[in-house]
Design a protein around this ligand. Structure first.
Ligand code: AKG
Ligand code: FE2
Length: 291
């Protein structure tokens, strides 16, 4: 399996040949990062002026919710807020269009989730170890159980000063799971209901979600492991778009500033091969159903 699969000379709304669509979809499911070099997201000078961490309040990112068409996490108001909303909305639309054209197999099941603009430099940013994305991890979110749905994210580096986004990619999901799963405690009886009652989760935290969160935390908190895995940095220059299953692909973002991101959820039934999903891998390793 290739860690990175490149598709050259792509545009946001082209048609892709069927063999490229098939290869990209199965590479994505294998845990590759699909990299589209030269697929830049065009911005006006007025929009580029807002590529500045001053637009953030206390939030890490400006978030955008496609189904309400609203932004959150910015201190900007009036015309500036409207420009920010419009540019993220445009990125979100472009990302959705590209997903549908490159991975048509997912079209019937894919769900569009939030998007974000990330104008802060990541290197040296203060955060708790749990929120520290400079440590290699797979994505799992405490408040957002997925019930087995896959997490796909599409990123685009829009740094206007030529600065790359530097990522590290770790080991395959099955290796991560084999390493950390034996050390994880099962959920306490009744804890899923309690978390839901206290509104600490948006849905019931299934056993699957419990173990995914456990892997995320175990990876980030183990400094020995952090020192060993994924030591090869991947430098992603501005004008590059990339797509990956962040719930299974171990990744860390070491440095870089100014990036768009769109998240998608893919129900397991939408995959070409559900056997490659974290849910099925964890169920194989534990020998029982986790949902
Ligand atoms: O901002 C980035 O480049 C990626 C950070 C990350 O780990 C994530 O969004 O899941
Ligand atoms: Fe992540």
């Amino acid at each position: 399996m290739k860690t990175i699969v490149q598709i050259h000379q792509a545009t946001w709304d082209q048609r892709f040949p069927a063999d490229i669509q098939r290869e990209a979809t199965s590479a994505l499911e294998d845990g590759s990062v699909i990299m589209l070099p030269g697929l830049a997201f065009a911005m006006t000078p007025e929009e580029q002026k807002l590529l500045d961490p001053r637009i953030l309040g206390k939030a890490k990112n400006v978030s955008y919710t496609p189904w309400t068409d609203k932004v959150g996490g910015t201190v900007c108001t009036g015309a500036e807020a409207e420009t920010i909303r419009a540019v993220i909305a445009r990125y979100s639309k472009a990302a959705q269009g590209l997903m549908r054209k490159l991975f048509p197999h997912y079209n019937d099941t894919l769900k569009v989730q939030r998007a974000s603009l990330r104008p802060a430099e990541i290197a040296g940013r203060k955060s708790s170890w749990r929120k520290d994305d400079t440590r290699v991890h797979v994505d799992a979110f405490p408040t957002l159980p997925t019930h087995g749905d896959r997490i796909i994210r599409m990123f685009c580096n829009v740094n206007p000063h030529g600065k790359p986004r530097v990522w590290r990619l770790g080991e395959p999901f099955e290796d991560v799971a084999r390493h950390f799963l034996p050390g994880l405690k099962p959920p306490l009886p009744g804890s899923a209901r309690l978390l839901r009652l206290l509104r600490l989760t948006k849905k019931l935290r299934t056993e699957y979600d419990h173990y995914m969160l456990g892997l995320h935390d175990a990876m980030k908190s183990d400094l020995g492991y952090q020192g060993r895995v994924g030591q090869t940095p991947v430098e992603i220059i501005p004008g590059t778009t990339w797509i990956t299953f962040t719930d299974s692909v171990s990744h860390a973002a070491l440095s870089g500033q100014h990036q768009f991101e769109q998240t998608f959820a893919l129900p397991l039934s939408g995959m070409l091969d559900t056997g490659k999903s974290p849910l099925r891998i964890l169920e194989r390793l534990t020998g029982r159903a986790l949902i």
